[in-house]
Design a protein around this ligand. Structure first.
Ligand code: ADP
Length: 445
């Protein structure tokens, strides 16, 4: 879409540049949604928490990343409503509440209660009495059939999610799961309706409305389903979904996929990878990077734990190691280790203490690397990314081109890189191909 066409779309949409205002219940989930919107042609800014100031850049969509998935219900609602107020104040035409594609929630919520609080807050806006709910994301093997969520070839409650420590999912029937969290009546728009397209979906919505249904789970087993669903959601004040539904929404605002949506400032500076993820995928990526001949330094959590007593300064050591190497190409600093090693460390330090110690250290190293001229930073690990972004005092990121599914490059302003800002990519554990680290820098080049 040309600039002229884009501003025309904005004019049609009304005052304020923002078309879609999104509220995501966790950090990497926010990036996943932003990435899908960019691929569908929207210029997207991701905000870390509810911004204190009005939006200062041009964006078709803003995704506010909260950490509300497992908060007590009242806190999750309060944060989500604060995000809604900010988005509405920026002129957002449609609100998108984004949750995990495995519908991660406890028996109390928070998907149902947050959805209803948003509906309550939007009461009076025509159409806000009805919304949809679907975590379908076929590109990531999440499909919904007859209201039942499949992860790959198995039902949600057989996918491993039944054992999740915080949000154990023991029922794949999302109508039942959501109804247990909602005061409002929950219904279903099934695959037969979705297959017929926009008109049939709208008719079904009216039918459900007449039956007193306020939230409908929607079947989708392919991207075609999501593309058929998109037009039927045009004008719906609130949409709730995983990141999949996002692929069908930009078209409602006259926006079509284009590479300009993902344009970032030109990349400059030195390159580094900081990895605190211990997932199987990340461990493979660390090995592939080392095998490709790049310098790599392992951070040992047990040395970290004793550095007060031994006088060792692991952060200073790591930065001194990296400094002479950075001019020759990307370096890797990692705590990533296999499950046996991690278990052993956790046994000695405690799970949370070990996690927090490593996160703090890697974040300080990331900060030090940027101070030393790194302007292209890859961070592996969801919690590790959160710690690094916090240490760099980053509050907003412009979303750029995708490296691998779900993981885009971003550009952010930080005091540590005052002039040109920082290109960074935040990779959650299991995302990315084995050559992700090398590929990331190639994509930016
Ligand atoms: P992922 O996205 O793969 O879940 P995270 O960064 O979210 O990665 O979580 C990894 C957690 O493990 C972090 O809290 C990190 O500090 C911790 N950690 C990293 N390396 C080690 C290690 N060698 N031993 C124990 N814990 C570690």
């Amino acid at each position: 879409m040309s600039t002229a066409e884009r501003s025309a779309a904005h004019e049609v949409a009304g005052v304020g540049a923002m078309l879609l205002g999104c509220i995501a219940d966790d950090f990497t989930g926010a990036t996943d949604l932003a990435n899908n919107l960019v691929r569908a042609g929207m210029r997207v800014v991701q905000a870390i928490g509810v911004p204190a100031q009005p939006l200062d850049s041009d964006a078709d969509a803003v995704v506010i990343a909260l950490k509300s998935r497992t908060l007590p219900v009242e806190e999750a609602i309060a944060q989500s409503l604060a995000a809604l107020r900010w988005l509405k104040a920026q002129g957002a035409r449609q609100i998108y509440f984004k949750y995990c594609s495995t519908f991660d929630s406890t028996a109390q919520g928070n998907i149902g209660p947050v959805t209803e609080a948003l509906q309550d807050a939007l009461a009076g806006v025509p159409g806000s009495d009805f919304t949809i709910a679907t975590p379908a994301f076929p590109d990531n093997q999440r499909t919904v059939f007859k209201g039942h969520l499949f992860v790959g070839d198995v039902l949600l409650n057989e996918s491993g999610m039944q054992n999740h420590p915080l949000t154990s999912m023991t029922d794949a029937n999302l109508v039942r799961v959501l109804q247990a969290q909602c005061r409002r009546k929950v219904g279903l728009i099934d695959y037969k309706v979705v297959a017929q397209g926009e008109v049939a979906i709208r008719e079904r919505i009216e039918q459900l409305r007449a039956q007193g249904v306020a939230v409908a789970v929607v079947d989708a087993i392919s991207n075609d389903d999501l593309m058929r669903l998109g037009p039927a959601l045009k004008g719906m004040p609130l949409v709730t979904a995983g990141s999949g539904v996002a692929i069908g929404l930009p078209g409602n605002f006259g926006i079509v996929p284009s590479s300009t949506a993902s344009t970032l400032p030109a990349a400059t500076g030195l390159q580094a990878v900081v990895s605190g993820s211990c997932s199987l995928a990340t461990n493979r990526q660390v090995q592939a990077f080392i095998q490709a001949g790049h310098p790599a330094l392992a951070v040992d959590p047990l040395r970290l734990a004793t550095q007060g007593a031994t006088g060792v300064d692991v952060v200073a050591e790591a930065l001194a190691w990296a400094e002479p190497l950075l001019n020759q190409g990307p370096v890797l600093i990692y705590s990533s280790a296999d499950a046996t090693a991690v278990k052993s460390v956790q046994g000695q330090l405690g799970v949370e203490a070990a996690g927090a110690l490593v996160e703090r250290t890697l974040a300080a190293i990331a900060g030090g690397l940027v101070t030393r001229g790194v302007r292209q930073l890859v961070v592996a690990g969801g919690e590790t990314s959160g710690a690094c972004v916090q240490a760099l005092n980053i509050t907003q990121m412009k979303i750029g081109p995708q490296i691998d599914p779900g993981v885009p490059w971003c550009h952010a302003h930080t005091e540590a890189a005052p002039r040109e800002g920082l290109h960074l990519t935040l990779k959650s554990g299991n995302f990315g191909a084995d050559d992700f680290f090398s590929k990331a820098f190639a994509v930016l080049a």
